[in-house]
Design a protein around this ligand. Structure first.
Ligand SMILES: Nc1ncnc2c1ncn2[C@@H]1O[C@H](COP(=O)(O)OP(=O)(O)OP(=O)(O)O)[C@@H](O)[C@H]1O
Length: 257
């Protein structure tokens, strides 16, 4: 039986981003036509400076493209004002970065709730969801009233993921989410992301790291602002270790990574 076709999350049409650096124009994204699908764990790879973060910021409404169109669930977001984009992001996008940026003066729970209250009117429901999500990512009640300085890097990133998911975003965007963590903490964060994706959360993640890339079911490779490679994989199960690793390595080696 053939697999049912996936719903489209977003499409870009001739997406371009140009920066002006000291009067010199740098064309970072060049006429990108890209389709991303709901439920996918999409990984964007490419060498340093290839435009991965720029792409992530453009498709998540964090930055505006220079030219081209972004259709997010069919809605063209390129014409939105800054205020409209802020509303769009709050409703549809969760963000996880290498630097976690929790507010130092707030507890873990309040950090999460401060994002929830921007969107959700039902405070009791928000508190319940925050506690449930914190528990699901491995932060039990003993951590909820701690301040960011009292957390390990991995715990802080777990809180960051909960903050990103608290408003049930259509897509979770992640830029090197394990980049600042040791390998054990990084692996546990990848476990959390994999689990969220297995429950249907669409994830778009930028990374340099092979172990991180293995979690994706679709790997896109960017070179000088152009998409030059794509690898489709099964969803990550953990049971397909060496074979999957070899497949991804070979894909990257072909691209000169
Ligand atoms: N705000 C900006 N102003 C000017 N130039 C920028 C800006 N943001 C990015 N660039 C330039 O665009 C290019 C691509 O940057 P980007 O951060 O998207 O690359 P990347 O592939 O994510 O790199 P890395 O893997 O090193 O993080 C770089 O040459 C960078 O200097």
């Amino acid at each position: 039986m053939s697999e049912p076709s996936k719903a489209v999350l977003m499409q870009t049409n001739k997406l371009c981003k140009t920066f002006s650096n000291g009067g010199v124009q740098q064309h970072v994204l060049k006429n990108l036509d890209l389709t991303l699908y709901k439920g996918d764990f999409t990984v964007i790879m490419g060498s340093s400076g290839s435009g991965k973060s720029t792409l992530l910021y453009a498709i998540s409404g964090m930055d505006k493209p220079t030219l081209g169109e972004i259709l997010f669930e069919g809605q063209d977001i390129t014409g939105l004002s800054n205020d409209q984009l802020a509303v769009f992001r709050r409703k549809h996008c969760g963000f996880v970065f290498q630097q976690i940026h929790l507010l130092d003066t707030m507890s873990v729970l309040d950090n999460v709730l401060s994002s929830a209250y921007l969107v959700q009117k039902d405070r009791k429901a928000a508190v319940n969801r925050a506690k449930q999500l914190l528990t699901e990512v491995g932060l039990d009640a003993s951590k909820w009233m701690k301040f960011p300085a009292q957390l390990s890097g991995g715990e802080a990133q777990r809180a960051g993921i909960v903050r990103a998911l608290i408003n049930t975003p259509t897509a979770l965007f992640a830029d090197e989410p394990t980049g600042a963590l040791n390998s054990a903490a990084g692996a546990s964060i990848l476990g959390v992301l994999t689990e969220m994706n297995s429950r249907g959360q669409s994830i778009i993640l930028v990374t340099h790291d092979l172990k991180t890339a293995l979690r994706g079911n679709r790997i896109l490779y960017l070179r000088d602002g152009v998409m030059v490679g794509e690898l489709q994989l099964s969803s990550y199960s953990g049971a397909d270790g060496p074979e999957r690793q070899e497949q991804v390595r070979a894909f990257l080696a072909d691209l000169g990574w």
